[in-house]
Ligand binder design. Structure first.
Ligand SMILES: C[S@@+](CC[C@H](N)C(=O)[O-])C[C@H]1O[C@@H](n2cnc3c(N)ncnc32)[C@H](O)[C@@H]1O
Length: 182
């Protein structure tokens, strides 16, 4: 009994440490507001031969809803959920396993400051949409990193505008604003 208790306590402390560690969570986990989900999915503008990448995917609320919508519309859209936090990667992997569109969903553990996008095939590279819901002070750096590798990527930023991309902005107003750069 004591061993089980100690084991559970160790697991709990491990989870708390991972979520509070600067290494794993320089941007804290906080999901997009579910009340804005249909506006978010509309702003992704799902199509055939498109890849949607959530950089810092959290528990996957956006990527799994979008993949469900693509599945219902019989689109071949590909989805990639990237996160740095190993616990969220475990949750994403489990959720993917039970998703009806799982064959079109990839889960990647990675750092969005250093991500190599060469996993995109040339065809899908042509229409890449990046979803970002991260701290505003990292938005310029991450979007610059994306556009260096995928110059024609469309970027959808939840809640915060991207200052360096000011001129390309279109805004959708929900509970929180959604900023679209394409
Ligand atoms: C505000 S949450 C957004 C979650 C999800 N995109 C959503 O909209 O519900 C930010 C996520 O970014 C992840 N994250 C933080 N730093 C990261 C990094 N350097 N590379 C990849 N993911 C990171 C966190 O683990 C967290 O899940």
């Amino acid at each position: 009994m004591i061993i089980i208790f100690l084991l559970l306590a160790a697991i709990l402390i491990g989870i708390i440490l991972i979520f509070s560690s600067k290494k794993f969570s320089p941007v804290p986990y906080f999901p997009s507001n579910s009340k804005d989900m249909s506006l978010i999915i509309n702003s992704l503008d799902l199509k055939n031969n498109q890849t949607v990448i959530d950089l810092g995917a959290g528990d996957g609320i956006v990527i799994f809803e979008a993949a469900k919508s693509a599945f219902e519309k019989k689109l071949n859209t590909q989805f990639v959920a990237v996160d740095i936090n190993p616990i969220l990667i475990l949750i994403l992997t489990l959720r993917r396993f039970f998703h009806p569109n799982k064959n079109n969903i990839k889960i990647l553990q990675g750092d969005f400051f250093k991500l190599d996008f060469s996993f995109l095939t040339t065809n899908y590279n042509l229409k890449t949409t990046i979803y970002l819901y991260i701290s505003p002070w990292f938005l310029d750096k991450v979007s610059e990193q994306v556009l260096q590798q995928i110059p024609n990527a469309k970027i959808v930023s939840y809640m915060y505008p991207i200052k360096s991309l000011r001129k390309m902005k279109k805004t959708i107003h929900g509970k929180n604003s959604i900023f679209i750069y394409s």
